[in-house]
Write a protein that binds this ligand. Structure first.
Ligand code: SAM
Length: 226
């Protein structure tokens, strides 16, 4: 029976990979990668020589059929994304859906867990995270205000992702909400990387500190309003 492994990879520090993930990446017939150049950095670091096939969210039906065909031939595959856990704001969901639809129980979909930026940010936020709300990226236009309102009204800490191009805009907009002004916030920049920085405080305290940042990836945690 063919296997599709869904393999988490590092969110920055190449050493954050499990022994099992490396074993799987070495043993499968093909690795399905979002950006082959990004994945090759990891594979070269660990001398993994498995052939890589590109797969992304909007891959053509032809590409998906090709991948399904490989499983049909009994090939074992490992799905990875550029960073972290595939399927969490990353390609993967659609492929897994197609695999389950076509093969049911006759292909195993096996998780190989590991890093995730949202969980990593939550782990160091210092708020009670027994329950939390994960919202992915703020929408750029439609639904943006609703997204922020949901944060301001959440009974649980909220974690979301933001790019370096939009982090200031997003924090400034959040700061317009009266009930978010004094809310403790953690902005986690470049987690696990050389320039990892954790900013803590209210949004107004954090904003001037990140104004000059031109690079980096961000995960933001905002404490609940209780
Ligand atoms: N699947 C990934 C995961 O499991 O975390 C998330 C993929 S999503 C396309 C990428 C976003 O995650 C980035 O834009 C950033 O907001 C966040 N992110 C990824 N790596 C990060 C890091 N090292 N530090 C902070 N945020 C990070």
């Amino acid at each position: 029976m063919a296997i599709l492994y869904v393999v988490a990879t590092p969110i920055g520090n190449l050493k954050d990979i499990t022994l099992r993930a490396l074993e799987v990446l070495k043993e499968v017939d093909f690795i399905l990668a979002e950006d082959t150049r990004e994945t090759l950095k990891l594979l070269n670091f660990y001398t993994v020589k498995t052939p890589v096939i590109s797969y992304f969210q909007h891959s053509s039906l032809k590409k998906i059929d090709h991948i399904l065909g490989l499983l049909e031939q009994g090939k074992n595959l490992a799905l990875v994304s550029d960073a972290g856990t595939p399927g969490i704001n990353d390609p993967g969901g659609k492929l897994i859906e197609e695999v389950v639809k076509k093969f049911g129980d006759s292909v195993w979909v096996v998780p190989v867990p590991g890093p995730n930026a949202a969980i990593t940010a939550l782990s160091i936020c210092g708020f009670n995270t027994d329950r939390f709300l994960f919202l992915g990226y703020p929408p750029h236009k439609k639904g943006r205000k609703k997204f922020f309102t949901e944060i301001s009204q959440s009974k649980y800490p909220v974690v979301f992702y933001e790019s370096v191009h939009r982090i200031l805009k997003t924090l400034n907009e959040l700061n317009q909400f009266e009930n978010l002004k004094d809310r403790q916030t953690v902005v986690a920049r470049e987690l696990t990387k050389k320039f990892e920085t954790i900013y803590r405080g209210t949004i107004s305290e954090i904003l001037p500190q990140i104004e000059k940042q031109k690079l980096g990836e961000f995960a933001v945690v905002i404490k609940d309003g209780k």
